[in-house]
Design a protein. Sequence first.
Length: 105
Amino acid sequence: MIKFGQNVYREHYLFRLPDGFMVSVAKGYYSTYGGDKGFWEMAIINPKGGIDYDVDEDIFRGDVLGYLTDVNVIDILSELKRRHKHRRTITHMFNTVILRDEESD
């Protein structure tokens, strides 16, 4: 986990997944998905550092998640860690290819 800092306006964490993806979790006054009301927002970040709208679509539904409680964040992070445990990624200049290991579900 990388903590970018906490101040009056924003709290932001990056959680690294086993396959190189990361999850950004933030809240604060300037967060647009409920952070100004004390909720968390969450996005999945690809190995190149950009938000990835095509990974784990059943969770993220092609967008940033918002209005999450602490329990929601913990549950989603646990599921993402489980899913990404058996994936390997190859990052090319213009896209990311996800390879699944045989034991993944």
